[in-house]
Design a protein around this ligand. Structure first.
Ligand code: FE2
Length: 249
């Protein structure tokens, strides 16, 4: 595992943070109540972030990635995870030179995501945990799953023909399933399942606990994506420096 160097990366400016547009409750304190709270517009709490980024140099990056992925598949059997059909590479691509440019992009975005989530970088490091390629041929798909023992996960889209399958997320609030009611189509903030149209050059990052899957590839072509995990590792406590001195006094 390799620590991510975040010191030179652009950090989110807390003064421009538009997460809730209202003060967040502080540890040990109740949520503040202001004048706007009493209106009919509710506070939406317990948010689930999903970050979408367009990678600007995808047109240069993707052909190289396609070549590398095809080369890997030619010499490595698939491993089985959530994939039904297709080919799943080993999970060590972040160590390969050809994937370093994409790794660097993912690292930069992940640091900003972690900042958004309030990670205290004085107490923990981000660690690039794994990266792997997925080739879904016609009819292939990925069952819904989470990424245990990880902090942030995501996917980058290398080749996505039309109808090749989108990524979809399940509502993480399971208790909402206890009651259903007819919903107007224009009300879209509480879906039971939410899909994003995958397209080449798109980078999606989400909390690793968020259940997701990939729809079946309904095209006649190959769909290529690269997935990854970013871990959050606590820094070791400061060593005891005076023990030896005390013992010899
Ligand atoms: Fe996944």
């Amino acid at each position: 595992m390799t620590n991510i160097d975040f010191h030179n990366d652009e950090k989110l400016d807390p003064s421009t943070d538009q997460r809730a547009n209202r003060p967040a409750p502080q540890p040990g304190k109740d949520a503040p109540i202001g004048a706007r709270t009493y209106g009919l517009t509710p506070e939406l709490r317990f948010g689930t972030p999903i970050w979408l980024r367009k990678v600007n140099d995808a047109a240069t990056l993707n052909p190289r990635l396609i070549t590398e992925i095809e080369s890997l598949e030619a010499t490595n059997p698939t491993i089985i995870r959530s994939n039904v059909g297709g080919w799943h590479s080993d999970t060590n691509l972040h160590h390969l030179e050809a994937f370093k440019p994409l790794r660097r992009i993912i690292e930069n975005v992940s640091v900003n995501c972690a900042n958004y989530l309030g990670l205290d970088f004085q107490k923990a490091d981000l660690v690039f945990q794994g990266m792997w390629a997925n080739r879904n041929g016609p009819g292939d798909y990925n069952t819904h799953h989470i990424h245990p023992n990880s902090f942030l996960s995501g996917s980058y889209y290398v080749k996505v023909p039309p109808q090749a399958g989108n990524i979809e997320f399940n509502d993480p609030v399971g208790e909402r399933a206890m009651f259903t009611y007819p919903v107007k189509p224009e009300i879209n903030y509480l879906p039971r399942r939410l899909a994003y149209q995958a397209h080449e050059g798109l980078l999606i990052i989400f909390p690793s606990w968020l259940s997701h899957g990939v729809q079946a590839n309904r095209s006649s072509e190959t769909r290529l994506s690269i997935a990854f995990n970013i871990d959050c590792v606590l820094k070791p406590p400061a060593p005891i420096r005076s023990a030896h001195k005390q013992s010899t006094d």
